[in-house]
Every structure is written in C-alpha cells, then in structure tokens.
Design a protein around this ligand. Structure first.
Ligand code: BGC
Length: 749
C-alpha cells in the first residue's frame, strides 16, 4: 500500500488494524494493537526506544529558548535535534501562553510532520497538556469552574459534560492527551493545589472523577475519536496531603489511611479505564514516589489493575537527587526511577535523560526488558489514540471551540457550584432596583475567577483574558443596571473612600478572597484571610448598610472574625469564565443557589478537623468538630423538608442489599435543587470508626410544594473499611444512617 507523504509504518498499520464497530465509532481491537506494538517495537533501536520514554517541553524547541520568543515559533533546528536526532516521542505544555486553536493546529502539524516524515520509523508524537478546567491553554476556549467548584455542584452529569467539552476543545487544538484529573484528596486546606481537587471526601471525588474521565475518554474509552483525549490521573499518590500544607513537601500517610482515603479515587479512575497516570512529585513516609516500585508497580499495576503508562511529573527524576536526596546524581536518579516503573520522563528541558538511560542499558544496569515494557505501554496508548492512523489535527473541529452551547454548560456549572453559606433575614436575593456598591480585591478581574492554569501557568495575566467575558462587577451591571451599580476599586488604602460611598446604598457587595496562584508559588503560612481584607469588611459593617461577602478563593480562607456581621455570604470558589455572570444571577435571584461544600470550611486556622473525623474527635466542648460550615453544607432560597427515612429491612444479612428511602419536599416558594446526601456510621468496629461517611448522593430539582421519594441501594461493600491488617473488611454490627436532619439505624449480620 502506498500512501503519499505517509511513512510505510503508518500505512502498514492502517492495513493491519482491523476496525470494530464500538459505540457507533471505529476502534482498533486491543489484540491488533498489541500485535502492532510488538511489530513496531521489534524494529526499534535502543535509542529510538529511549526516545519514546522522553518528554520535552515546547519552549525547549522554540525560537529564543531559554528566553522563548513571544509569539511562540518553533525552531526547526532544535526540533530536529530533539525529535529526529534524539527520537523524542512526546512534547508538552504551552511554551509561553495560550494559543488560538488554529495556531495550536499549526504547531502540532509541524511537530507531527517532523516526527512522521523525518524520523526513521515515523512514530508520531504524543502531545500532552494541562487542560484542568477546560482547554485553558487554548485562547477563547470554554473555561470551567476549577475542580473544587465542580465538586460543589455535586452534579455528576456536569462533570461528564465538562470532560466532554474539554476533550473536544483540546482535541480541536490538535492535542490528544490531557494531564487531568487531579484525584488527590483535598484534606489539607493550606495546600495551594486544593482547588485542583474534588475536595475532602473520597466517594464524592471518585464519582466526579469517574464521570470526568468518561467525558474525556468516552464511555468505552474510544480515545481514537476525534473529539476524545487520553486522560491522566494525577498526582499518584498522596501528593495532596503534605503535613505542613506546603506544596511538594512530605506526606506521612499510614497504609491504612492511604487505602481508606487516598487510593479510592485513583481506583475509580483505573476502573474507568484511564489511559495514563502522573506521579506525585514528593514523598510518602520518606519514600519519593518516583523511586518506589511498591507504588508504581505492585500497587498500581498488580493490585489496582492499571493498564496505561506512567509519566513522571516535571523535572521529578532530577528531583530525586537535587531535592529529595535519595540519589547521588542524575544517573542514579534515572536508574531508580526507570526501575521503579516510570515509563516516560517529563524531563523536560534537557536531553541528558536519554543519553544516560542508553548508557545504563548498555552497561547492563537497566535491563532492556524494562525499556521494552515502558515503550510497549506508551506505544499502546499512541495506537489507541489513533495517532498511527492520523497524527494530524482535524480542522473541522475548529468552528465549535468556545461556542455558545459549551458556554451554556459552563454557565450552569458555575451556577450550581456557588454555595450560599449565610443569608440572614433572607437578604438575598436582592431586588433588581437595589442600589449597590461593589468593591473588594476580587470584584473586577477575570483572573481571580479562574485562578491558576488559565492562559498562563499562574493565571495572573489579566491583560490576556478575553474582553467579552464578565467580571463580577460587570455582570452585576448587566443584571442590576448601570444606574444601580457603583464600583470602587480597592487599592489597599482607600477604605475611607469606599465606606463613604457605601453609606447611601441598599447593599454592599464585597468581593474578597485570593489572587491567582498555581502550585508552589501559592504556598501560604496562614489560612486566615489577609488582614487588610478583614479590616475592609469591618469598616463597611460600621455603616450598617447590609454587606454581602463574595468569597472568590481556591481554598477556605478563615473568615471567623467577619462572618457573624455579614448579612449574606456566597462562596464562589474559582468559578471560571462564567463565574461573574453566575454570581450576579444568584444575587438577583435569577438562579436559586444549590452548591454544597465539598470540604469542611474551618473556623480556626489550627482546627482542621474534617467531617469524617473519628468519634473521639467530637466528644465535648473541649474536643469537637466545630467548623465554620461543615462538609455538605449549603443554603437555598427555598426550604426543603426531609421525612419518611425508611429502610426495606432492619437487618441486612450477608450478601443482601439494603434499600434506603427518604422523602424530600420543597416547602418554600421557589423552585430549587437539593443534594440528598446519605451518610453511614459504623457504631462499633475493630478499627475506630468515623462518625459518618458519605456513601451515596443524588441531586434533585423540585418545584414549590413538590415532593419526591429518593431511594438509595446500599451494598455490603459500602459498609466495609480497611482493617487492622490493612485489608478491606466488612464487620457485622449496627450502623447509623443519616440523611438531612433524619437518622435511623440497621443491623448487618
Ligand atoms: C505539575 C503537573 C503538571 C506538569 C506539567 C507540574 O509542575 O505538578 O500537575 O501536569 O507540571 O505542566
């Protein structure tokens, strides 16, 4: 078979791949892929194999590196050196800042041309990118709420839709691999990446993560479709729980805790058939995960059943000797990491990795079988994506990037995320004729609504944000009318001016929170909201004009000092590009808020007890779970009544299922959504039980006066826990059931 301009290896692959019909799309069968991978592997030199294990950053092959030029242009000489001479099989990242989807297609086409037509075997590049809240490195793409806010929607359909739209827009940019979702548990609120997680509960994170992955990869993981991408669960394992709260510092997680809380969302991702995994940059119990065969082989492959490939995080093989100090030099670090199970190194800014690894193999220090295993895994994903079939971007996808339909889904996600935490005397919603003063450091910027991973890594380049999107202030002007809304920019020292301006208003909308940050630069030493913001709130309270606090933040900054005098409080998290509009809709009552906290909102910086604490952590006034707001909390403009909590049996025998039902009624005057949350607490167990754990949830939408019965099915595994021997166990005994303000119990025999 002759194919013009396409090397023979691709042509033969087209012939060999037998196509099956699956979910209405064509995918190559797994067996055929295995055969094809073996065939390619048999033709590869050691240098070519090691090249496939190497991932290099886009800026490294762009003009002007290390001061990469803006706008970014590929440097043909550097490209040739990397892709042809060093056989590099993967490129990542944005280089400078977001490109248009069209420009992305040009970049990817240039890279693939080099790989496919200039290298000996013509193996296509797998390009990877961080598209963590939509295609955030594609200009004018649909930028969703960050994951912590998506979790606050408790709406798994929205999570799947986010995945689908992200996949579409990333693939429309010519990129087939997304480094997301973050499935670390958000159980350390200081950690600057908390907002990349789905919050503190493993069940909620598992459900949201599973759906998002299915959205990215397709129900049947049909990642060869031109609107799907390979997902990457990260950062496996334990990265999210640094003891000090500082990014990339040690986690101490006993095995039982690891299995009880940290593994389940990753297991859910493996069960979803996820294609790749990225590794924790740091360590667990003194062992850097990048150097651990236990985490990267035994647990991940042998026990959890993962079938994709393992990519390191940025520079993290270097870090084994430079930072973690478990290796004497780079060579030692490479040997440890590759032997532990790293298949692809996100090097990303030098070519020594491949040179050293080749030498390690030649000297017998790394067996060729390990190299073959890694390359086999990588090639398999490349085949499954369909890169050998067609490595080029699809221009027909371009027209829908950032389209209105996607934006509507995004708006709905932002609406459903927003969590009403206080509404004293039902101040909200505000009458549309109300005269409002808007102020505060997060009132008039798009960057604060989006946070890190937006257009640039830190997300803080306000001038690069799209003109057409609304800040909170702009959206309020649209909703309440120009004549009703005044804005004063908070400069840090103009409190008197703001207070004077507030005096004749019906309400002040005070937008507080955090400026954008990402990863380690977002480290803080104190979870309290900054003092100047606290002072501004206190000064405004003195006017007696009702103050509505809008918290725009990636982690729960402590506001205990100013909470009780706020008339209403909305937590917006990082609600994305439609966040401003959604906030205005909620304030005006055009949307009835329904977000529920996916985390415990602490009251004090040093009391970070989580909702699923042990019974002993909440026994009296000296030792209790006393957060500002508990996990699962969130108000509405309507009221709901829970009744008839009933079980289909009081005794559940081994092997049986249990049906739990409850009736929920909208007893107020507005239509509203409610999240029905089912918690179970084991009364006595051989490992101290948690007071309660989330086991199921369901989101319902009720008209005023409407009731609905919600039924959950509980299985034995929902009663289990990790036992004293670190293995799952289910013990007979009595269990409490909690839904809303109701409680009952049953016995398991
Ligand atoms: C982050 C990863 C990210 C990678 C590539 C690292 O610093 O930890 O989450 O995928 O960079 O941008």
């Amino acid at each position: 078979m002759k194919c013009k301009g396409i090397p023979s290896i691709i042509c033969s692959s087209i012939m060999i791949i037998l196509l099956n019909v699956c979910s209405g799309s064509l995918i190559a069968s797994e067996n055929d892929i295995d055969n094809k991978v073996d065939e390619v592997l048999s033709r590869m030199t050691l240098e070519e194999k090691v090249g496939q294990m190497t991932q290099i950053s886009l800026e490294f092959i762009s003009k002007g590196y290390p001061n990469t030029e803006v706008p970014l242009t590929l440097d043909p000489e550097r490209m040739r050196k990397v892709i042809v001479d060093h056989h590099v099989g993967s490129i990542l990242n944005v280089g400078t800042h977001a490109h248009t989807a069209e420009r992305w297609q040009e970049i990817i086409t240039e890279l693939q041309n080099m790989a496919v037509t200039q290298s000996r075997l013509g193996i296509p590049i797998i390009y990877g990118i961080d598209a963590v809240h939509g295609a955030n490195y594609t200009k004018d793409a649909t930028l969703f709420p960050q994951s912590i806010a998506m979790a606050a929607t408790w709406n798994k359909d929205l999570s799947r839709q986010e995945g689908e739209i992200t996949a579409y827009e990333v693939r429309a940019s010519g990129i087939p691999w997304n480094f997301n979702p973050v499935l670390g548990m958000g159980r350390q609120p200081l950690w600057p990446r908390l907002w990349e997680t789905y919050g503190e509960d493993p069940y909620l994170a598992s459900v949201m993560g599973y759906e998002y992955i299915k959205g990215l990869e397709g129900e049947n993981n049909t990642i060869s479709q031109n609107n799907k991408v390979a997902a990457c669960m990260k950062h496996y394992l334990g990265y999210s729980f640094p003891l000090t709260g500082q990014d990339r510092t040690p986690a101490w997680i006993p095995e039982r805790m690891l299995r009880e809380y940290f593994i389940p969302p990753f297991q859910a991702a493996v069960d979803a058939g996820i294609s790749t995994v990225m590794v924790n940059s740091s360590e667990i119990n003194g062992v850097p995960v990048h150097s651990s065969p236990f985490y990267l082989k035994e647990l991940l492959f042998d026990e959890m059943g993962f079938e994709g490939f393992v990519v390191s995080d940025w520079l993290d093989i270097h870090n084994l000797y430079q930072r973690e100090k478990v290796a004497v030099d780079y060579r030692d670090a490479i040997k440890q990491a590759v032997m532990a199970g790293i298949d692809m190194s996100m090097v990303p800014l030098d070519l020594d990795f491949s040179t050293i690894l080749i030498d390690l193999v030649k000297k017998g220090e790394v067996p060729i079988s390990r190299i073959d295993e890694a390359v086999r895994r990588i090639l398999k994903v490349k085949f499954r994506i369909g890169l050998f079939d067609n490595p080029y971007p699809d221009p027909s996808l371009l027209s829908k990037v950032g389209c209105e339909k996607f934006s509507q889904v995004n708006r709905q996600a932002a609406r459903e995320a927003i969590t009403l935490l206080e509404n004293r005397d039902s101040l909200l919603p505000l009458n549309k004729n109300a005269r409002i003063l808007v102020t505060g450091p997060t009132a008039d910027k798009l960057s604060v609504l989006n946070g890190g991973w937006t257009i640039t890594w830190q997300g803080d380049q306000e001038k690069l944000y799209p003109q057409g999107k609304n800040t909170i202030f702009e959206a309020l002007v649209h909703t309440f009318g120009k004549q009703n809304v005044d804005y004063i920019e908070y400069s840090g020292d103009n409190t008197t001016q703001i207070v004077n301006e507030a005096k004749d208003k019906n309400a002040v909308i005070l937008c507080l929170g955090e400026q954008p940050y990402c990863e380690t630069p977002g480290n803080i030493k104190d979870l309290s909201l900054e003092q100047d913001q606290i002072k501004l709130a206190k000064a405004l309270y003195k006017t007696n004009v009702p103050v509505i606090l809008i918290l725009v933040e990636g982690r729960p900054r402590i506001i205990q000092e100013i909470e009780s005098s706020a008339r209403a409080i909305l937590l917006a998290y990082l609600p994305g590009m439609e966040g401003g509009n959604a906030i205005a809709e909620v304030i005006a009552g055009d949307f009835n808020p329904c977000g529920k906290l996916p985390l415990t909102y602490p009251r004090y910086p040093n009391d970070l007890t989580l909702y699923d604490h042990k019974v002993s952590e909440d026994i009296n006034e000296f030792c209790n779970y006393n957060p500002q707001w508990p996990f699962g909390y969130g108000l509405s403009y309507t009221t709901f009544e829970f009744s008839n909590l009933s079980l289909d049996k009081n005794i559940m025998h081994k092997g049986e299922e249990l049906k739990i039902s409850v009736t929920v009624k909208n007893t107020g005057k507005r239509r509203g959504m409610q999240v029905v949350q089912l918690y179970i607490g084991d009364r006595v167990a051989s490992v101290t039980p948690s007071h309660k754990r989330l086991k199921k949830f369901s989101k319902i939408d009720l008209e005023p006066g409407e009731s609905r019965q919600v039924t959950f099915l509980i299985q034995e595994k929902d009663l289990g826990f990790i036992g004293r021997d670190n293995k799952p166990i289910i013990e007979p005994g009595d269990f409490n059931v909690f839904i809303g303000d109701l409680q009952t119990s049953f016995t398991y025999k």
